[in-house]
Design a protein around this ligand. Sequence first.
Ligand code: RB5
Length: 142
Amino acid sequence: MNIAIAADHGGYDLKEALKKHYTDLNLSDLGTYNSESVDYPDVAQKMVHAIQNKTADLGILICGTGVGISIAANRYKGIRAALIYSKEVARLAKEHNNANILVFGGRTMTVDDVIKYIDTFMQAVYEGGRHQRRLDKMDIME
Ligand code: RB5
C-alpha cells in the first residue's frame, strides 16, 4: 500500500515524527519540508491529487488542528477525509466511512496517540453493505 503524508507548518513536527516511526511503511512525503508558514489548502490539494491519480492509496494530512485541512480536502471529488480523535473513531472511519485520508492536529494531538489511531485504522476492515449505499449517495452529490 502506498501511503502519502503531508502537513502545513502547524503539522510539520508531527509529520516528521510519524515518518521516523513508520520506517516500515511505503510513505511518500508531499511536504511541507520545513516549519515556514504555508497555506493548508495548497497542501490539501497536493494530497488530493495523489489520491485521485492513485499514486497514493491512503493519505495522512496534518495541520494545526486538523480542521482547516479537512475542510479543504473534502471539497474534492472522491475524497473522504476523516479527522480522527480517538481509537474508536479511527476504527469506524475505516469500517463505516472507508476514509481515504486520515487527518490529525499537530498542535492538538500527541505523537503516541496519533500512532495508535493510525494503527487502529490500518487493522480495521471496511464493512460495505449499507455503508456503501451511503458512500454512493455522497458520490452523487459531488
Ligand atoms: C495555521 O496557523 C493553522 O491555522 C492551520 O494549521 C490549521 O490549524 C487550520 O485549521
